[in-house]
Design a protein. Structure first.
Length: 133
């Protein structure tokens, strides 16, 4: 059993990117589904597919996005911020800006999972899960 499923998710993504894989398969959960949807909406991944084999085994297949000429990944860095041992909560005034606005911070708020920019417009703070750039 994994003690930190979000860190496991991000590590699988980082490892697949460094190995230049086209598709990565991760165990599924509701939180991972939301993070995957955000990454797709913001253009960091090419596509995704949620699979359920009838039992409680959920999987997420993620097609990673690379530049067609340079073969560089759309994701250059994935960093876990809040961990089970040290939660990182911020108010709306303290929301981080990743790479001066070029990256995103995924924040868990009372209104659901969203990016730092969406949290600023809704004027809510929350737990900073990770940085994506």
């Amino acid at each position: 059993m994994v003690t930190d499923p979000i860190a496991d998710y991000l590590t699988r993504m980082r490892n697949a990117i460094s190995a230049k894989h086209r598709v990565v398969e991760v165990p599924g959960s509701k939180l991972k589904r939301e993070i995957t949807k955000i990454l797709f909406e913001k253009g960091y991944i090419l596509n995704y597919k949620f699979e359920n084999d009838g039992q409680s085994n959920q999987k997420i297949k993620i097609a990673l996005k690379y530049h067609p000429v340079t073969k560089q990944s759309a994701i250059s860095d994935l960093k876990r911020i809040s961990s089970p041992g040290l939660r990182k909560y911020v108010s709306v005034d303290e929301l981080p800006r990743v790479l001066n606005g070029l990256g995103i911070a995924i924040v868990s708020t009372s209104k659901g999972l969203m990016t730092d920019k969406e949290a600023r417009t809704l004027n809510v703070g929350g737990e900073v899960l990770c940085y994506v750039s």
